[in-house]
Design a protein around this ligand. Structure first.
Ligand SMILES: Cc1ncc(C[n+]2csc(CCOP(=O)(O)OP(=O)(O)O)c2C)c(N)n1
Ligand SMILES: [Mg+2]
Length: 293
């Protein structure tokens, strides 16, 4: 049985489609999905082209956590919790910006698995920056030009925000790590309360890569330590994905059109150096380098 896929209209190689398929497989389809407005909704739920094999509701861009909290409470009241887990599938814009109202779900600790599908911008509307867009990325709202060279701020640390809310389970993963996604979703499903999993999802059009390079680029995000793969239970770091031989960030950046200006404009050098410092700090903070053990 396919719980997600048939008839979806995602680009070949789309990280969202890979991630969602693995999330639903891990739950063996026993779930209720609330999905915020964004690429996933557009590619999966257009009239006559439903790609969902599980109960699905499309919510506003801004309130998916509240919709999911309502479903979770309703199932309890009706005595139907056993029928499946309540899962949010939301983009990074929906999660880190307009839908940051998800703190209500965390505060009341509703029994929800909140999955942030992090393709690092508002891709559905044509690549505007979100709170999870990384430093230096050119988007339509942070263009590369005379005034600035892409995004000037840092990627928001949603993992820290979820932990600070006292979430019992917080993890990151990547569309290029299907087994890791499945393990973490199963783990989240075994824990009561509001869980948060952030999955890095390469976007072929927004990032300016080819479908065939999605796996390479996704892996480089991990191997450079720009996307640490970590897992927290009750605020304690329980696992990290170690990096055998850490790669310089240039190897990751240079493959993607969204960072191309950093290699053309002389001011790009300092931004690349700052991106490298971010990766170094990630490696230090989470103990990612295998060699240092
Ligand atoms: C209140 C509101 N503001 C803006 C929009 C327009 N809008 C629809 S989807 C979207 C971007 C979604 O970005 P993200 O959550 O990162 O999902 P992605 O498409 O990247 O997967 C925006 C700005 C909207 N639908 N509602
Ligand atoms: Mg997005």
């Amino acid at each position: 049985m396919r719980y997600f896929g048939r008839g979806h209209g995602a680009c070949p190689g789309c990280g969202l489609a890979i991630a969602v398929r693995n999330v639903l497989d891990a739950l063996e389809g026993k779930c209720f999905v609330a999905n915020s407005t964004g690429c996933l909704e557009i590619i999966s739920s257009q009239y006559g082209k439903n790609a969902w094999g599980v109960p699905y509701i499309h919510s506003l861009f801004d309130n998916t956590a509240a919709v999911a909290s309502g479903i979770s409470e309703a199932l309890k009241i009706l005595g139907r919790e056993g029928e499946g887990k309540v899962v949010v599938l939301a983009g990074d814009g929906a999660t880190a910006d307009i839908g940051l109202t998800l703190h209500g779900m965390f505060d009341r600790n509703h029994d929800v698995i909140y999955i942030c599908l992090d393709n690092e911008a508002y891709q559905n509307t044509g690549h505007q920056q979100s709170g999870l867009t990384p430093l230096g990325e050119a988007t339509t709202t942070t263009p590369a030009g005379r005034v600035q060279l892409g995004k000037t701020g840092r990627k928001k640390d949603m993992v820290a925000i979820a932990i600070a809310h006292g979430s019992p389970y917080v993890a990151t993963s990547s569309a290029v790590l299907p087994a890791d996604i499945r393990r973490k979703v199963k783990k989240a499903a075994s824990i009561e309360g509001a869980k948060y999993i952030q999955i890095h999802c390469p976007c072929v059009t927004g990032w300016g890569i080819e479908g065939k390079d999605v796996v390479r680029v996704g892996n480089l995000a991990i191997e450079t330590a720009l996307y640490p793969i970590v897992e927290f239970e009750n605020g304690n770091l329980v696992t990290v994905r170690k990096i055998k031989e850490r790669k310089p960030v240039e190897e990751y950046l240079k493959l993607q059109r969204r960072f191309r200006h950093l290699f053309v404009d002389p001011r790009g050098k300092e931004i690349i150096a700052e991106i490298q410092r971010i990766a170094d700090r990630n490696a230090e903070k989470y103990g990612l380098d295998l060699k240092k053990d």
